[in-house]
Design a protein around this ligand. Structure first.
Ligand SMILES: N[C@@H](Cc1ccccc1)C(=O)O
Length: 481
């Protein structure tokens, strides 16, 4: 049997005292209690010592509980603050009134009639007060009596202490009587010890290679952020540049520039978070106005009616990242443009496992001479394939700013076809006011959905919870399933 030096030292100490708890052993061995527990468990597996675990539960006061220490429970303090009767209004001005009046009534100590509070005479302390008095005396208290009531009120909380006693077994004694080699063990060898051959005669520390190490939790990137990073990588690899912009946008950029009519249902209060702030309209906004009112210089008839600059100035939390795409195009009206962004958007949704009021979109635009629908479908297919979704199909859709409009769907085993966003080619009504003369392919994909599918989640909210266990248990490897 190969004992570690520490086990041997433990046996030597126990040889003289037989039994001791780990606190005593730690002191005698000049080490920490956790170390003693570890040595004792090793020696215990070999049958040389017995390790006994004692769990002690006790209750200690919470912060609120400490505030009442020595003064008594709030209802007792309040009861003693007046003689036989008191007008309710006066009683209510006592600092403890909020908590204590309810308890006095519940305990039957007072009756309230016509705004006057009268003591009932039945005001003897119950088990909770007795427990509280004992707690005040000792600083802690065992379970039982009225302690449960105090715990329910949040005045005490449970504290658990674990202690171990270690005793030497007959086998341990026998081994000890045979004499133990107490020379220091070498845990690492020096170059000299190896070259000179001295290592052969050194007592070496043994390692148990069959033991699993304790799990380590180094810092790591959140699973959702890893997927987002992967998507950015893919788009950079496909030759896209990244656009950026604020989450607060004027209605002009979020809606009007995208030829969304001012009375469009998506612009209603129940769908969009409107802000009090306003932003001035950009130079040249008149072309957008004209497009809305009568189609500007194009063959479009526009939406008709009068376009309101005031409505367009009003700020919103962006409802889609398409508000960034159109600004990028306005700033870069000449081809080629290949740009993307991944950003949070906001909608007034009823929240459920698959709908949140905030979520992320991946937005992309491609403008070039002669790009067409086939290119758009190709880009989307390629992107999804790189994300690990092999089967992709497209259904016709509708957006006020694209024609044609397409809704991509991916096939997921067990779920079937899942819709993942919208896409299309920007209408002339969108591009013309900004002097854009070539077709623009555009898409906006809900990527929290993608992340949910990739991570096998049933509830979208998991992506946004501070759930450390889940973050720890989600592997970092294998982007793809
Ligand atoms: N903005 C659309 C998606 C989309 C983007 C670009 C073109 C067409 C559609 C949405 O939020 O659902």
């Amino acid at each position: 049997m190969e004992l570690t030096l520490n086990e041997k030292k433990l046996l030597v100490v126990l040889g003289s005292i037989g039994t001791a708890d780990t606190a005593v052993l730690a002191e005698k061995m000049d080490t920490r209690r956790e170390a003693v527990v570890q040595y004792a468990n090793l020696a215990g597996e070999r049958g040389l010592v017995d390790v006994e675990k004692h769990v002690a539960r006790r209750y200690v006061p919470t912060e609120e509980g400490r505030a009442y220490m020595g003064k008594g429970l709030p209802e007792r303090q309040l009861l003693e603050s007046f003689e036989e009767t008191i007008p309710m209004r006066d009683l209510q001005s006592h600092p403890l009134a909020k908590i204590a009046i309810g308890w006095m009534r519940k305990k039957g100590w007072i009756a309230i009639r016509d705004g006057v509070v009268t003591k009932t005479g039945k005001t003897a302390p119950g088990p909770d007060e007795a427990a509280f008095a004992r707690l005040a005396e000792n600083g802690e208290i065992a379970d039982g009596g009225g302690v449960a009531d105090l715990a329910k009120r949040g005045l005490v909380e449970e504290e658990e202490t674990v202690a171990y006693t270690v005793s030497i077994t007959p086998r341990g004694r026998e081994l000890l009587s045979q004499g133990l080699d107490l020379r220091e063990e070498a845990g690492t060898l020096t170059r000299e010890q190896i070259l000179s051959g001295e290592w052969k005669s050194l007592p070496l520390r043994r390692y148990d290679v069959t033991k699993l190490p304790r799990r380590a939790y180094p810092g790591k990137v959140h699973p959702y952020q890893r997927i987002i990073d992967e998507m950015r990588r893919i788009l950079f690899d496909m030759g896209f540049e990244e656009m950026s912009g604020g989450i607060v946008q004027s209605s002009f950029w979020n809606f009007d520039a995208l030829f969304q009519p001012q009375d469009h249902p998506a612009r209603e209060m129940q769908d969009t978070f409107f802000l009090g702030e306003r932003r001035p309209l950009p130079a040249g906004y008149e072309r957008v106005r004209d497009m809305h009112e009568h189609g500007g210089g194009t063959s479009s008839t526009g939406w008709g009616g009068t376009w309101s600059a005031e409505k367009a100035e009003q700020c919103v939390l962006r409802t889609h990242t398409t508000s960034l795409s159109i600004q990028h195009l306005a700033a870069h009206p000449k081809p080629p443009v290949r740009a993307f962004c991944i950003g949070r958007v906001y909608r007034r949704e009823a929240i459920d496992p698959t709908h949140l009021a905030e979520f992320e979109q991946l937005e992309g635009i491609v403008m070039d001479e002669d790009v067409n629908l086939r290119h758009l479908l190709g880009f989307l297919k390629e992107f999804y394939a790189k994300m690990g979704f092999e089967k992709v199909r497209f259904r016709p859709g509708y957006f006020p700013y694209t024609e044609p409009s397409v809704e991509p769907e991916v096939y997921v085993d067990g779920l079937g076809w899942v819709e993942l966003g919208g896409s299309g080619i920007f209408r002339q009504e969108v591009t013309e006011p900004f002097g854009i003369e070539h077709p623009v392919l555009a898409w906006g994909l809900g990527i929290s959905r993608v992340a949910m599918l990739r991570l096998g989640l049933r509830d979208l909210r998991q992506l946004y919870r501070s759930d450390v266990e889940w973050v720890r248990d989600t592997p970092t490897y294998g982007g793809r399933r």
